[in-house]
Write a protein that binds this ligand. Structure first.
Ligand code: NCD
Length: 313
């Protein structure tokens, strides 16, 4: 694997390999000193043109736990503010000698462009409304941790699917892993076309919840909605929010997930987010180990040097 741009590039074997590597890095993360020398001497740069809390910190923590050097590019304090083009910025960064570039951008396709300009490995950390592959991998890992497998599980993805790169990547990853996915949303929040999506669709959450093993709430992405798609947020919550009352429809062992950042009180009630089978903070914790796995796969066996260590080093 040269880059990680899309979940569509990963088949079942590739996802399973990342799951196995993640198991090892979860073990590393639980050690008193959670660090291995696997990427010593390598440099990982994060190039974030869009805001982020957990994804950025997660990649940075993952790189540090692998002993890589890290660089951070933040558009608000850089020459991008002076009008430097993306291409010039990327080539400037590459000239400093980097092995992996982690990119987030508000336009779909930017990570592919970056990959075409550089020799370094590129990881897509979210491109517009398009994809967010490491989120999908950490979601698969978290479900597998809770339920042993995704094979045959019924997963409902609820809410603002149309604007969600998380949903796009998750649908692909979950179905590749053998789960049955149902999208639950008002028609205005579904993508214009679902052709080729291997999913069922419903607009009745109360009907879906009792038959669901995993309910995955999406953030209502008001910043991406260019027109009024909902009568009101309150009405959305009344029909599609995982309220306390509605959560009673779930089986006892049903898993509740959310990629963060949550709008508590909109797509998920505060007390539901805190209930025992809600794994939202586990998703965050697993995110670090999954990203260690991805960085290790991309930069662990650098042809320019002999391997500097292994996952157990
Ligand atoms: C998501 C994102 O930015 O794509 N957050 C994340 O990375 N965990 C989801 C969102 O913003 O709704």
């Amino acid at each position: 694997m040269k880059h990680l741009l899309s979940v569509a590039d990963l088949d079942l074997d590739a996802i399973n390999e990342i799951m196995r590597l993640t198991d090892q890095f979860v073990e590393v993360s639980e050690r008193p000193i959670p660090r291995v020398p696997a990427l010593r001497g390598r440099t990982v740069v994060s190039l974030f043109y869009e805001e982020s809390t957990r994804t950025r910190l997660s990649f940075e923590t993952a790189a540090k736990r692998l002993s890589a050097d890290t660089m951070n590019f933040s558009v608000s304090t850089s020459s991008a503010k002076k009008g430097e083009s993306l291409r010039d910025t990327v080539q400037t960064i590459e000239a400093m000698g980097v092995d992996v570039i982690v990119v987030r951008h508000s336009s779909a396709g930017v990570p592919w462009q970056v990959a075409s300009w550089v020799d370094a490995a590129v990881v897509n950390a979210g491109d517009g409304e398009h994809e967010h592959p490491t989120q999908a991998l950490l979601d698969c890992y978290t479900i597998r941790q809770q339920r042993g497998t995704l094979e045959g599980l019924r997963i409902a993805i609820v809410g603002d699917v149309g604007h969600s790169r998380v949903a796009r990547s998750d649908v692909h990853a979950f179905t590749t892993m053998g789960a049955d996915v149902t999208l639950v949303a008002p028609p205005t929040l579904l993508p214009a076309s679902l052709e080729g999506w291997p999913v069922a669709v419903s607009n009745d959450l109360d009907d879906v919840l009792p038959k669901t093993d995993v309910v995955y709430l999406l953030r209502m992405q008001l910043e991406r909605q260019r027109e009024a798609l909902l009568p009101s947020l309150r009405e959305y919550t009344a029909r599609y929010g995982l309220t306390r009352d509605r959560a009673r429809l779930l089986a006892d062992d049903a898993v509740v997930m959310h990629p963060g950042p949550m709008n508590r009180g909109v797509e998920i009630a505060a007390e539901v987010a805190n209930r025992p089978n809600s794994v939202i903070t586990k998703q965050v914790a697993n995110g670090v180990a999954v990203r260690m796995g991805v960085l290790f796969l991309l930069a662990g066996a650098n042809p320019r040097e002999p391997a500097a260590g292994d996952a157990n080093g």
